[in-house]
Design a binder for this molecule. Structure first.
Ligand SMILES: Nc1ncnc2c1ncn2[C@@H]1O[C@H](COP(=O)(O)OP(=O)(O)OP(=O)(O)O)[C@@H](O)[C@H]1O
Length: 337
């Protein structure tokens, strides 16, 4: 478990102090995939780098599996750090070393006995699907393959925690997906807690269990990923969510609608189509679909529809209340003209 308490990081610059992280409190459970999102400058990297003390916090504490890292120094800190792996956007592989040598480098840092090193490298390469690239140099690898080496290196010393610093931001969408699936596999099979920072909600949607949204060094929203996607509270979170779950209906189409415009959201446990069909049957209304999508967030569906509902105002109001009574979330975007 990672327990971050009242964590602050202030940088001293020529122009005066700059706040990177401002009194952040977060608890990340063992085995969880936790995503931290925010725009550039929000403090994500500062926070992530404080977790393994790459940056020393200026206030607060970081407990990883019961030990406050801010109290450790020298050899003790070095040993604790070996149990926190990290991967980076730009991989940081050593270009003069082969794939196997890059991974061995991490094993050497943990004083792994020589005779165990070769077999561990083979094991790690198998885990990341790069067995055939063992003796190749980084320049001969694709971005996705480089990140796989980065992951193997980060896992070399059996860490309890893996920190991912924009690990897929330099990759194309397909490669991103394959790396995210690999991370999820590692999380499930090895029970490694993963903390990742990203500005892409698709990354969060794909693999995170819980998430936090940061702005100006603070956490402004935190919770279960599905709950946040289906019910974001702050405007900033809504903005992030809209990059994944949103409507793109031409204004001319909206202008042509005379009925009430209603956004209806169905959570995974509610059978959306059935409710809409029952509503249309039971009330003297007409429903016209302008947009509809079902997003799968960690295999749980989240349905979002934009409908124009036509009919007598009272009937339309009753129909909307009926859908809400059956578990849908309905929001009137515009009343009928
Ligand atoms: N080494 C540093 N020295 C001075 N200020 C810094 C340093 N690192 C970060 N900052 C400042 O701290 C704040 C948070 O930066 P940080 O890099 O943590 O944000 P971020 O959300 O990770 O952004 P990005 O996605 O662009 O990396 C910013 O105002 C940044 O300018």
């Amino acid at each position: 478990m990672i327990r971050i308490k009242e964590l602050s990081k202030e940088y001293t610059t020529k122009k005066g102090p700059v706040i990177g992280v401002n009194q952040v409190n977060l608890t990340i459970s063992e085995g969880e995939v936790f995503g931290i999102v925010g725009y550039s400058g929000a403090g994500k990297s500062s926070l992530l780098r404080c977790i393994n003390l790459l940056e020393r916090p200026t206030g607060g504490s970081i407990e990883v599996n019961g030990r406050d890292l801010t109290k450790l120094k020298g050899e003790e800190l070095r040993k604790a750090r070996l149990k926190i792996g990290m991967i980076f956007q730009h991989f940081y592989l050593i270009s003069q070393k082969t794939v196997a040598e890059n991974i061995s480098f991490a094993l050497k840092a943990a004083s792994t006995p020589r005779e165990k090193m070769a077999s561990r490298v083979v094991e790690l390469l198998e885990m990341v699907g790069l067995t055939d690239k063992k003796d190749v140099y980084p320049a001969q690898l694709s971005g996705g393959q480089k990140q796989r080496v980065g992951i193997a290196r980060a896992l070399a010393n059996n860490p309890a925690v893996l920190l991912c610093d924009e690990a897929t931001s330099a990759l194309d969408p397909n490669t991103t997906l394959s790396i995210l699936r690999l991370l999820k596999k590692i999380n499930r099979e090895l029970n490694i807690t993963i903390v990742l920072i990203t500005h892409e909600m698709n990354v969060v949607k794909e693999i995170c269990d819980r998430m936090a949204v940061m702005q100006d060094g603070r956490v402004v929203e935190e919770g279960d990923v599905y709950d946040i996607f289906s019910n974001p509270v702050t405007d900033l979170t809504k903005e992030f969510i809209s990059s994944v779950v949103s409507f793109d209906v031409p204004q001319s189409i909206l202008d042509a609608c005379k009925g009430r415009l209603v956004k209806v959201l169905f959570r995974g446990d509610v059978a959306g189509e059935g409710i809409i069909a029952d509503t249309v049957k039971q009330f003297d209304i007409k429903a016209n679909f302008l947009h509809g999508s079902i997003e799968y967030i960690q295999e749980k569906p989240l349905g979002l529809f934009l409908m124009e509902i036509k009919g007598e105002p009272d009937d339309v109001t009753r129909a909307i209340s009926y859908m809400e009574g059956r578990g849908a979330q309905a929001e009137v975007i515009r009343n009928g003209l």
